[in-house]
Design a binder for this molecule. Structure first.
Ligand SMILES: Cc1cc2nc3c(=O)[nH]c(=O)nc-3n(C[C@H](O)[C@H](O)[C@H](O)COP(=O)(O)O)c2cc1C
Length: 340
């Protein structure tokens, strides 16, 4: 029923400011979940279990980071059928993010541009919010980042701090070092910086595993704006450093596909359809080096089952959606699971 209601809801939501539409939808979802309505109107998603890194995902479709930045809508989103939900990005200290407007639609291109800038309640509040999730039975990923005011030389301290806080509460952790909206963040994708970050988190993971007896795998999330040399260099770093898995990709800085659109020159990351082919290509490039040793979660412009299967063919073990979910609604989740 929800699937058939979504197009009408979307046409109303697309008439208001994108960030306000986001906030209203999230509040609406939480409310519908609390009063039991969501369970009644949402279709049950089929199971299609996939195991990677010792985790059993109930199905291949996840919610990409950035939609539930506060980690306070997990149960409602879970009711829609996601097999995994990645909350955040959460930083050590709460921050407001960039000034509004900071989210733009490009409906003619089935795309969004955002420069949110890690607006989030901070890792501790984020974790408290995850604790109030009661019904979600899927896999919970916690995506962490560094605060804007933290210089890159101290970035690893931010990641380590957030990692340690997230560890007891996450099924997996993602270190996001590829957002284009925190100045200098993508510089951390240089081979040297990536190797240092990976080493820091790997050591911390071993220590926390020893202390708690629980192994929590972690991913790094990469940008699509990497050339072949960078992909090869990073792949070596990931292999040498023993990365558990990879998320590819974040949003792009490229604008060629949307040139001429009134919002094309807004600063920020472009997501959705214009990112699709390039993200798939980056996944294929990483997969050709990493093989099955370092599984990949694929994201970027998935709007249909065919798009998801193209990511699978490129080497993705699972996929995540964000922009396609905004444009297509929850029916996209079920469509992909059935076809996978
Ligand atoms: C509004 C918006 C906010 C986002 N915020 C984050 C974020 O906080 N952390 C992150 O790792 N990715 C973030 N992303 C990137 C998505 O998780 C995803 O990697 C990207 O949008 C590509 O997938 P898509 O084309 O399905 O949207 C954001 C994307 C959008 C559209």
């Amino acid at each position: 029923m929800l699937n058939s209601l979504y197009p009408a809801a979307r046409s109303l939501l697309f008439r208001i400011d994108p960030e306000r539409a986001h906030d209203l939808s999230m509040a609406g979802l939480r409310h519908s979940e609390k009063c039991g309505l969501l369970k009644i109107i949402s279709a049950k998603s089929p199971q299609k279990k996939i195991s990677i890194c010792g985790l059993e995902f109930p199905n291949p479709v996840g919610l990409a980071a950035g939609l539930d930045k506060e980690a306070n809508t997990i149960d409602a989103l879970g009711s829609l059928g996601f097999g995994h939900i990645e909350v955040g990005t959460l930083t050590p200290v709460a921050q407001a993010g960039n000034e509004s407007p900071r989210l733009f639609r490009l409906p003619e291109h089935k795309a969004l541009i955002n420069r949110m800038g890690f607006n989030n309640p901070g890792i501790e509040q984020g974790i408290r919010n995850t604790r109030s999730s009661k019904s979600f039975r899927g896999i919970l990923g916690i995506n962490i980042g560094k605060n804007k005011v933290t210089p890159n030389e101290l970035a690893n301290d931010d990641y380590a701090y957030a990692f340690e806080k997230a560890y007891p509460h996450a099924d997996y952790i993602t270190a996001n070092f590829s957002s284009p909206n925190t100045p200098g963040l993508r510089d951390l994708q240089s081979e040297d910086s990536a190797a240092r970050l990976l080493e820091t988190l790997k050591k911390l993971q071993s220590k926390l595993h020893r202390e708690s007896g629980r192994h929590v795998p972690f991913a790094l999330k990469v940008a699509p704006d990497l050339d072949e040399t960078q992909v090869k260099g990073l792949s070596r770093v990931f292999q040498n450093g023993g990365l558990d898995f990879l998320i590819a990709t974040n949003t792009t800085l490229a604008r060629d596909a949307v040139a001429g659109h009134p919002n094309a020159d807004e600063a920020g990351g472009l997501s959705g359809m214009p990112l699709q082919r390039h993200a798939t290509d980056i996944i294929a490039q990483f997969h050709s080096v990493l093989g099955r040793d370092i599984p990949i979660i694929g994201a970027g412009g998935i709007f249909s089952a065919e798009d998801a299967l193209a990511k699978k063919a490129a080497g993705a073990s699972l996929i995540q959606i964000y922009t396609g979910f905004i444009y297509r609604g929850p029916s996209l989740i079920h469509e992909i699971i059935r076809a996978w």
